[in-house]
Design a protein around this ligand. Structure first.
Ligand code: DX5
Ligand code: ZN
Length: 222
């Protein structure tokens, strides 16, 4: 399973060093939380922050995925594709023409993902699942790092895993995002997640990044 740090709680005065520290500790997936202050209460950053981070990721052969917690994502697909994201994930809740949006991401040469908020049923992606490269099960209500994991997310992950496996879609990544820490990371893996987003469990103020990542890797070794 990939541990995918979210830079949301990283030290933005030295972001390059922060992501390099994660890659040096063996991380090969970076999760970028894009927020617009409309779909979610918080505002974070746009494609211009992806640009400088992508060459660092390339040096390590690491994946960069953009989690678009934004209204009307169709307007920005080209910008995030041009900025170098490997995966572009949109929220089902803001895509009335989700099948077309997924096709547009793929037409841009990128891997499409769809994210589901805690209250959004898996049925929302049932009819586009075979067109996806990633399903993101939100285990918090999106907008902020450092929130508590919603326990019902484990059952939702297990059902999503079953849905993907029943269709033989082995290439589809199952990502979980929100409140995942060293006490929960083995449980989300066992529930079927293949990518675990970890924000504050890596980028905690004043904590050593390599140590935090080692703690997560140790928890997965159980
Ligand atoms: C949605 C964001 C956060 C972030 C993870 O709000 O997507 O979930 O990635 O942050 P932590 O791991 O601190 O919950
Ligand atoms: Zn996210």
């Amino acid at each position: 399973m990939h541990i995918a740090p979210s830079i949301l709680t990283a030290d933005f005065t030295r972001l390059g060093e922060e992501v390099t520290a994660a890659f040096e500790a063996g991380i090969r997936w970076l999760h970028l939380d894009v927020m617009d202050g409309r779909f979610v209460p918080n505002i974070s950053f746009g494609p211009m922050l992806v640009r400088p981070l992508k060459p660092i990721a390339d040096r390590y052969g690491a994946i960069v995925d953009a989690h678009l917690m934004i209204a009307d994502p169709d307007r920005y697909l080209e910008d995030f594709a041009a900025a170098g994201c490997d995966y572009i994930t949109v929220h089902a809740e803001v895509c009335p023409h989700l099948h077309r949006t997924v096709q547009q991401i793929r037409a841009l040469g990128k891997r499409p993902g769809v994210a589901l908020n805690p209250a959004t049923p898996l049925s929302a992606i049932e009819d586009v699942l075979s067109d996806l490269d990633l399903v993101l099960v939100m285990s918090v209500n999106p907008g902020f790092g450092g929130q508590r994991f919603i326990p019902a997310s484990l059952d939702k992950l297990r059902r999503a895993r079953r849905m993907i496996d029943e269709r033989g879609l082995s290439g589809v990544a199952l990502q979980v995002d929100g409140g995942v820490n060293k006490d929960l990371i083995a449980a989300v893996r066992d529930a079927g997640a293949t990518v675990a987003v970890t924000g504050s469990a890596v980028y905690a103020p004043g904590r050593d990044r390599a140590e935090m990542i080692a703690d997560l890797q140790k928890a997965l070794a159980t």
